[in-house]
Design a protein around this ligand. Structure first.
Ligand code: ZN
Length: 253
């Protein structure tokens, strides 16, 4: 990171009265998790996303979805938080960061020790029956599925269980989305981390923060649509930039 962009980001973050982070797939790629919504992820070379990972496709052919997600689920459950996740957790513990809005379903912020997390694309922590809407912890049924390939079924009614991740064509979870919008409007500085901002509507949240008067700090290897609006753009790998920012903040206090 150049000392100038670090300094500029530092000053903004230090002055912030309500700092929030918005994270996307780029924060988890160093934990080995592909960006499963991106055409560049390689996950869509063999299958049609709308057929396999849409709500409509899931209801018609849940076995196709489960075949597709089986290796990905294993990768996610085996993944460990990386230095970028850990840096955000330290920033929260030190009182600098108020919350994280994440597009990721991998639960790595939680495993890193972060507490205030709004998962706007859902998570792999629980499963919901597509028929009776009963909810269940994902652990045992997903472990059994990964081991055996048997699709998880509802103990109450026998229908297929769907992981609480948001599929294409599915509405975002209302409670998480309302909380995320509240945080976006409330923050005065928003760190936008590892997100291509292509996924709608979650990608609109940084724009909401900007319109409400927040300063944006974009940390992303590639250019993003928000760069022209950002107060500071850090074109660095998140696993380098965030630990430096967290350490600089701690030394300052
Ligand atoms: Zn059921």
């Amino acid at each position: 990171m150049t000392s100038n962009s670090l300094k500029a980001a530092m000053q903004l973050v230090r002055r912030a009265s309500y700092l929030v982070a918005f994270t996307g797939a780029g924060i988890s790629t160093h934990s080995g998790i592909p960006d499963f919504r991106s055409p560049r992820s390689g996950l869509w070379e063999q299958v049609d996303p709308l057929d396999v990972a849409s709500l409509h496709g899931f209801r018609r052919h849940p076995e196709r979805f489960y075949t597709w997600i089986r290796p990905l689920a294993r990768t996610i459950l085996d993944a460990a938080p990386n230095p970028a996740h850990l840096a955000l957790a330290r920033m929260e513990q030190a009182g600098h960061l108020k919350s994280i809005i994440t597009q990721n379903i991998d639960m790595l912020h939680e495993r890193a020790g972060s507490r205030a997390i709004h998962e706007v694309h859902g998570h792999l922590r629980a499963l919901t029956c597509i028929h009776c809407f009963a909810g269940f912890p994902a652990g045992p049924p997903i472990d059994a599925f990964i081991a055996s390939g048997l699709i998880p079924r509802c103990p109450c009614c026998g229908h297929v269980l769907k992981p609480n991740i948001i599929l294409f064509g599915e509405q975002l979870p209302m409670r998480a989305l309302i909380a995320a919008r509240r945080e976006a409007r409330r923050c005065d500085v928003l760190l936008v981390i590892g997100s291509s901002l292509e996924a709608y509507p979650a990608g609109e949240l940084p724009m909401l923060a900007y319109r409400a008067g927040a300063a944006l700090v974009v940390i992303n290897l590639r250019e993003t649509a928000l760069d022209p609006l950002a107060e500071v753009v850090i074109r660095e790998d998140v696993i380098d930039a965030l630990p430096l920012l967290a350490a600089a903040l701690q030394n300052e206090v």
